[in-house]
Design a protein around this ligand. Structure first.
Ligand code: PFF
Length: 447
C-alpha cells in the first residue's frame, strides 16, 4: 500500500503539531510546579537533549527506511528474527490508550472556551467548585464535548495524511504559535515575570526526588511524542531525501520552546495575581481562570485565546495519536481509511466514556482499581510505562539490530562530526537510562 506523502514543511508542522500538545501547556507547567521548578526543568531539558534527540532520529529512521506501518517496518528492517521484532510495532497501541484520557481533556478545553465568553470565577474557591462539579458531576456536558472530539478527530484522519492531517496542522499551528508568543510578550511586561523566570531556572535540588526524575523522563517522551510510533508513522510519509537531523532539531526546538514560553507565561500570571503555583492538574483549569477574572475584560480575551490555543494544541496531537494504528489497519488488513478511522475512533470513544465515569463522583468507585481510577491508569500506563518501553525497544532496534552500515549510510553525512556520539548514546546511554527509569518505576530500584 502506497502512502500519500507529506510536503517537507507539512511534515515539520504535523510532527511539531503532534509534539506540542496538552503536554506542553497543561501538563508541563503543573508538573514543574509540583516538582519545585528549576531543578526539575533542568533534568527535563537534559533528557530532551540527550535521550529525546537520539531517539527522535532513530524513530524517524525506522519510518523513513521502512515506508510502511509500524509493525511492517520492524518486520522488514530486522535482518533476522523478523517474527519477534514485529511485535515492537505494537507500541502504536499506546496512542489509542492515551486518547482515552486525552480526548476528555480536550473536551474540558472546549468547555473553558465557552466559559471564557461569559463570567469567569471570581475566587479560587468558586473556580475549584465549578471545575470539580464539571468533571465529577456534569457527566452530560463532558460526554457531549468528548463526542465532539471523537467526531472531529475521526473526520480529520479519515481524510488522510495530506487532505486531513497536513491541512489541519497548516491551519492550527500558526494559531498556536502566534497566540502563545503574543501572550508571552505581554507576560514579559509584568513584574511577576522575574519571579517566574527565577522559579523555572534557578535550581533547588532538595526538591528533586527519584519520583520527579521518572516524571521528567516520562514527560520528555510524552511531550516529544516518542516511543509509540507516531513519529515513525509520520516519517513513513516523508518526501525522499529529507534531512532527518534537521527535521528533528526543528521539532524539538519548537516543542521545547513552546513548553518554556507557556510555562513562563503561566507562572508570570500566577505570580502577578498571587495564585497557587503547585495546584496540580487544576493549575490551568482552576488557578488560571481566577487570574483571568482579576484582569477584567482583557482577561476574558486572554482566556478565550488561551483555551483556543490549548484546544488547537490538543487536536493536532490527537490526530497523531490515532494515525499509527490506522496505518496499521490499512496496511495489514486492507481496511479502507474510513473504516480504519472509525474503528480506532470508536475504541477511544467508548473507553473514553469509561474514563469520564471513572472520575465521576457517582460511578468513580466502580472504575477505580488499586490506587488509581481508570483515567489515571491510562495516563500512568502510557506516559510512565509504555512510552519509555517503546523508546527502549527502538533504541535497541536501531542501535543493535539494524545493520551498522545501513544506519551509517543514512545518517553519517547528516550528523557529521557528532555521528559517533549519537550512535554511542543510542546504543548505550539511552537503553541504560530507560532501563533504570523502568526499574525505578516498578519499585525494584530506589534511586
Ligand atoms: N506530545 C503530545 C503532548 O505533549 O501533549 C502528546 C502525544 C502525542 C504523546 C503523540 C505521544 C504521541 F505519540
Amino acid at each position: 500500500m502506497k502512502l500519500a506523502r507529506f510536503s517537507r514543511i507539512g511534515f515539520i508542522l504535523a510532527a511539531a503539531g503532534s509534539a506540542v500538545g496538552l503536554g506542553n501547556i497543561w501538563k508541563f507547567p503543573y508538573i514543574t510546579g509540583e516538582n519545585g521548578g528549576g531543578a526539575f526543568v533542568f533534568v527535563y531539558l537534559i533528557t530532551v537533549m540527550i535521550i529525546g534527540f537520539s531517539l527522535m532520529i532513530a524513530e524517524m529512521m525506522i519510518g523513513y527506511l521502512g515506508r510502511r506501518d509500524s509493525v511492517s517496518n520492524f518486520e522488514d528492517l530486522a535482518p533476522r528474527h523478523k517474527n519477534f521484532w514485529k511485535y515492537g510495532g505494537f507500541m502504536s497501541l499506546a496512542g489509542l490508550i492515551i486518547m482515552i484520557f486525552y480526548s476528555p481533556v480536550i473536551g474540558w478545553t472546549f468547555h473553558f472556551i465557552l466559559l471564557s465568553l461569559g463570567s469567569l470565577p471570581s475566587s479560587i474557591e468558586l473556580a475549584e467548585k465549578s471545575f470539580t462539579e464539571f468533571i465529577s458531576i456534569d457527566l452530560g456536558s463532558q460526554l457531549f464535548y468528548h463526542t465532539l472530539v471523537f467526531i472531529f478527530v475521526t473526520a480529520v484522519v479519515a481524510r488522510g495524511i495530506k487532505g486531513g492531517i497536513e491541512k489541519l496542522n497548516f491551519l492550527l499551528m500558526p494559531v498556536l504559535i502566534i497566540t502563545i508568543s503574543g501572550m508571552f510578550f505581554y507576560a514579559t511586561t509584568l513584574a511577576g515575570f522575574t519571579q517566574a523566570w527565577d522559579f523555572m531556572f534557578s535550581s533547588d535540588w532538595s526538591k528533586v526526588t527519584s519520583a520527579s526524575l521518572v516524571t521528567a523522563v516520562g514527560h520528555a517522551f510524552f511531550t516529544l511524542s516518542l516511543g509509540m510510533a507516531t513519529i515513525l508513522t509520520y516519517s513513513a510519509s516523508l518526501p525522499k531525501d529529507s534531512n532527518l537531523v534537521r527535521s528533528s532539531l526543528i521539532i524539538i526546538a519548537l516543542d521545547t520552546g513552546i513548553a518554556l514560553l507557556a510555562g513562563l507565561t503561566l507562572f508570570t500570571f500566577l505570580y502577578e495575581y498571587g495564585a497557587e503555583l503547585s495546584a496540580g492538574p487544576g493549575l490551568v483549569f482552576i488557578s488560571l481562570p481566577t487570574v483571568f477574572y482579576e484582569m477584567g475584560f482583557l482577561g476574558n480575551i486572554f482566556a478565550f485565546v488561551f483555551f483556543v490555543a490549548l484546544a488547537s494544541a490538543g487536536l493536532t496531537s490527537a490526530v497523531s495519536l490515532v494515525e499509527p494504528i490506522i496505518q496499521y489497519l490499512i496496511d495489514r488488513f486492507s481496511l479502507s481509511r474510513l473504516k480504519a478511522s472509525l474503528a480506532s475512533g470508536l475504541f477511544f470513544y467508548l473507553f473514553g466514556i469509561v474514563a469520564i465515569l471513572s472520575i465521576s463522583k457517582e460511578y468513580g468507585h466502580y472504575f477505580t482499581f488499586g490506587s488509581k481510577n481508570f483515567f489515571d491508569w491510562a495516563d500512568f500506563m502510557t506516559a510512565s510505562v509504555m512510552l519509555p518501553m517503546g523508546g527502549l525497544i527502538m533504541a535497541v532496534f536501531v542501535g543493535h539490530v539494524i545493520e551498522k552500515e545501513r544506519v551509517a549510510s543514512l545518517l553519517k553525512t547528516q550528523l557529521g562530526m557528532i555521528y559517533p556520539l549519537w550512535y554511542f548514546s543510542l546504543r548505550y546511554i539511552v537503553p541504560v537510562a530507560l532501563f533504570v527509569v523502568m526499574l525505578n518505576l516498578v519499585g525494584i530500584l530506589e534511586l
